[in-house]
Ligand binder design. Structure first.
Ligand SMILES: C[S@@+](CC[C@H](N)C(=O)[O-])C[C@H]1O[C@@H](n2cnc3c(N)ncnc32)[C@H](O)[C@@H]1O
Length: 302
């Protein structure tokens, strides 16, 4: 009849003590900062950005793939003044792993790991906690024992109580949710994992930033990487063309673009490397299955 969420570290640790299976319970995003590092990725499992794209990511997601790609690109990677932009990185854990491997070939590369929406705004109102997106939209309501995620609300017919409580709380806090000055009354949290934040502090050639693939890049990159971002279900044809244009323009003349998607850690990647041509992109390396948008990429005309 009603579904409880996970909203304390104790409950999170208990649920994931075996790490064997992921849960369909809603885990409150408010736990992200205080959760043990090895549990943070579970919190992102069912969390979406303002475009409703999942921020799901996994440690060691591209272990074999990274090694292969690095060996294919080893000559390019050893060049001086190399700039890499890893886009749509969620909390950056896969960027840290990629950077660590590349660093062994070339410690001086300039590496930027970016995401569309790496910040959240948290407000406490008595026993209700609101989490707002950077655009002011509601991401989550925590009202123990309920955790309501706007991108993954429970179905009305399965959990009518959840629906009623969610609607009531939303109505009561409507003014707070719609307050245009919500940032002033909120605590801002950055959704980057501790390893990424540590990397940023330790190396001045590793930076974390906010970047939307719909915007043109303000730098020229030798390598651009987009992993598990350009899913055709999340981007219309028109949007995809804008993104391709920005990637094309953001690449240096000898630049290349790594693209791929997969499921769990170290699972098979449908991916490829494309080089920049004057008109578009040319396939340089392909995995056993090509990216879902390969045809769109091949037909792209800059
Ligand atoms: C499924 S996660 C993939 C994270 C990581 N690359 C990986 O493979 O584990 C997709 C990420 O892309 C980001 N994203 C979606 N649309 C984007 C856009 N227009 N510009 C930049 N990032 C975007 C989402 O916010 C999310 O963090």
């Amino acid at each position: 009849m009603f579904k409880k969420g996970i909203y304390t570290i104790e409950k999170l640790e208990k649920k994931y003590h075996s790490f064997k299976s992921r849960s369909n319970k809603r885990i409150s995003i408010t736990l992200y900062e205080t959760a043990p590092d090895n549990l943070k990725e579970f919190i992102l499992d069912d969390f979406c950005d303002p475009r409703n794209t999942f921020k799901r990511t996994y440690s060691k997601r591209f272990d074999k793939f990274d090694k292969k790609i690095i060996s294919i690109l080893s000559e390019r990677l050893s060049k001086r003044n190399l700039h890499i932009h890893d886009c749509g990185v969620s909390d950056g854990r896969t960027s840290v792993e990629f950077f660590e491997k590349i660093k062994q070939i070339n410690p001086n590369i300039d590496f930027i790991a970016s995401d569309y929406s790496p910040e959240l705004f948290i407000q406490k109102h008595k026993n209700i906690t609101l989490t707002l997106m950077p655009d002011g939209n509601l991401a989550e309501i925590l009202f123990p024992p309920f955790v309501f995620k706007t991108c993954k609300l429970e179905k009305l017919y399965r959990y009518p109580i959840n629906w009623i409580v969610f609607s009531l709380v939303k109505k009561i806090l409507e003014k707070k949710i719609k307050d245009p000055n919500y940032k002033n009354s909120s605590e801002k949290i950055r959704i980057f994992c501790p390893d990424a934040l540590k990397m940023e502090k330790t190396y001045n050639n590793f930076r974390l930033s906010k970047y939307n693939l719909f915007d043109s890049m303000n730098h020229s990159y030798n390598i651009i990487r987009t992993m598990n971002v350009l899913n055709p279900t999340y981007f219309s044809d028109k949007e995809m063309k804008i993104v391709l244009k920005n990637i094309h323009k953001g690449l240096s003349d000898d630049g290349c673009w790594i693209i791929g998607s997969n499921k769990g850690p170290d699972s098979e990647v449908s991916g490829a490397i494309y080089t920049k041509t004057q008109k578009g992109f040319s396939l340089f390396h392909k995995e056993s299955s090509l990216p879902a948008i390969h045809n769109t990429i091949s037909l792209f005309n800059a």
